[in-house]
Design a protein. Structure first.
Length: 187
């Protein structure tokens, strides 16, 4: 069975991220997709303190090894990312910078939100994940702070929520295909 990791994207006080993460998880549960939330906050990661880049998978610190081990077992990922100041959230970028090889030959999809639905953050994330030899699916689930949240509560409009299904279809198909790629490379 395909396993999807949901990577929580913000630890900002009062962040909207937990609501979007919960919604994404509910969508996967409803679709019968095996999944788990992975939250970098659980790993007490300081500002990047590894001497060797994450893609080398030569981790010196216990917190890096634990974070990498939490991310590794999935066949694909949905990164739930806000857009802060027209870019990616710094703490999530720091967490992703720690590791890299865990994403090799796996697909990544995005659920984003922000004033402009988080699309600029997604474009930046695509470059980051390409460096790890990960493939990012084209479709996204993107939500507006102005129309998909009401009084601070996540209440996605149908036009936004309906983008999730096609994105998930692509992510699952790619995850199955990349299993074959990883098996071939392991030989």
């Amino acid at each position: 069975m395909t396993r999807i990791g949901i990577i929580a994207g913000s630890n900002r006080p009062g962040a909207l991220n937990p609501q979007v993460v919960a919604w994404v998880k509910a969508q996967l549960d409803e679709a019968g997709v095996e999944n788990a939330v992975v939250d970098y906050n659980d790993y007490d990661l300081p500002i990047l303190d590894e001497e060797i880049p994450g893609g080398a998978h030569a981790y010196a610190n216990a917190h890096t090894r634990a974070w990498g081990a939490a991310v590794e077992p999935f066949d694909g990922y949905i990164v739930v990312t806000p857009e802060y100041n027209h870019g990616v959230p710094g703490p999530l970028k720091n967490a992703i910078d720690y590791i890299g090889s865990e994403f090799n030959n796996k697909p990544v999809a995005f659920a984003s939100y922000g004033a402009d639905k988080g699309v600029r953050a997604i474009e930046q994330w695509r470059l980051v994940f390409a460096n790890f030899r990960a493939a990012t699916v084209r479709g996204t689930a993107s939500f507006s702070n102005f129309t998909d949240f009401t009084d601070g509560k996540f209440a996605p409009q149908a036009v936004s929520a309906n983008t999730f299904g096609p994105m998930l279809t692509d992510l699952l198909a790619w995850a199955e295909g990349f299993k074959v790629v990883r098996e071939q490379l392991a030989k």
